[in-house]
Design a protein around this ligand. Structure first.
Ligand code: NDP
Length: 300
């Protein structure tokens, strides 16, 4: 069997164009332009790349993009003051503090200082609680993107066995909550899980969010299962020349694609969906802030 490739790049472009259409209507019908503020502390090169592409795509869908770039030695008090000012700015509907923060700043404190309704990353403790109790919340972008692709590919997820490998707060746990919300039977696996291959083999849906290159081989996959690979790992690629690197996921794509029914590639799978869902969340936050219904198909 050769798996169907779930094209995250195309899917994300489609989500962004749906968001852009909603933004046009919001402006025409209500005079509202969604505003997304991104706060970057320090000069971490990877974070700078993310922030640049977030800003570019935010503007492309017709939203206002505001960037606050703060020195690496910014104090917690000053950072909290920036967040507070954004919380109180009615032109800002979404706030994202780029992680990781420099070590002297308390990430939990900073994230929990964002107004929950503007927390477009879905990391605020209130949003975590709302998601866990099945209430309307802001949902973390990467798991939301995975859910959208799974729903699109499978239709109903009800009754399916899902295994999420990884239990981080930003991917594994919210992913599991979303799958449970769609009535999957969910197992969360992690570094202490016994007989991981057997656990994964039971799954109709496998979501790998581990951070270990090509850890899941094809012989762990149930024939026909849908495999969603969240991992982004940079490994040496001597075949491309000296010192060259390439991106691979947490699943061994070549062997898994022989067995799975469908699979997301790396790159070009889950990755592009994360920013698309950030924009979808900003749109959702804008609608809710103005008493309008959240856009259908773009939320959990
Ligand atoms: P974390 O490091 O926070 O969590 C990794 C999880 O994997 C932990 O729960 C850990 O278990 C588990 N794990 C580690 N080793 C094993 C093992 N041998 N067997 C089973 N489980 C194991 O990572 P994140 O969740 O933040 O990210 C996971 C991957 O997803 C990374 O590659 C990251 O780059 C990528 N990512 C991609 C995004 C995208 O936009 N596509 C967004 C966010 C992340 P334990 O808790 O027991 O230690």
């Amino acid at each position: 069997m050769s798996a169907q490739i779930i094209d995250g790049k195309e899917f994300a472009a489609n989500v962004r164009s749906q968001v852009a259409e909603h933004v046009v209507r919001l402006k025409a019908d209500h005079g509202i332009i969604p505003g997304l503020a991104v706060v970057l502390v320090g000069e971490d090169p990877a974070s700078q790349v993310y922030v640049r592409s977030k800003g570019k795509l935010t503007v492309e869908v017709g939203m206002n993009s505001i960037e606050h770039k703060l020195d690496v030695d910014t104090s917690e008090t000053d950072l909290l003051a920036v967040v507070d000012q954004l919380n109180n700015d009615p032109a800002i509907h979404g706030i994202l503090v780029q992680l990781p923060l420099p070590k002297h700043l308390n990430e939990d404190l900073v994230i929990n200082s964002i107004a929950p309704a503007k927390d477009v990353d879905g990391f605020h403790i209130s949003n975590v609680g709302l998601l866990g109790t099945g209430q309307s919340s802001m949902v973390p972008c990467t798991p939301l993107g995975c859910l959208m692709m799974l729903r699109d590919h499978l239709g109903s997820l009800s009754g399916l066995d899902a295994v999420v490998v990884g239990r981080s707060n930003i991917v594994g746990k919210p992913m599991a909550q979303l799958l449970l919300g769609d009535s999957c039977t969910v197992t969360i696996a992690h570094s202490r899980t016994k007989d991981l291959p057997d656990v994964v083999r039971r799954a109709d849906i496998v979501v790998a969010a581990v951070g270990r290159p090509e850890m899941v081989p094809g012989d762990w996959i149930k024939p026909g299962a849908v495999v969603v690979d969240v991992g982004i790992n940079r490994i040496a690629a001597p075949e491309r020349g000296e010192g060259k690197v390439k991106l691979v996921g947490d699943v061994d794509y070549a062997s898994c694609a022989q067995v799975a029914g469908a699979i997301t590639p790396v790159p070009g799978g889950v990755g592009p969906m994360t920013i698309a869902c950030l924009l979808a969340n900003t749109l959702t936050a804008t609608c809710r802030a103005n008493g309008l219904p959240a856009p259908e198909g773009l939320t959990a």
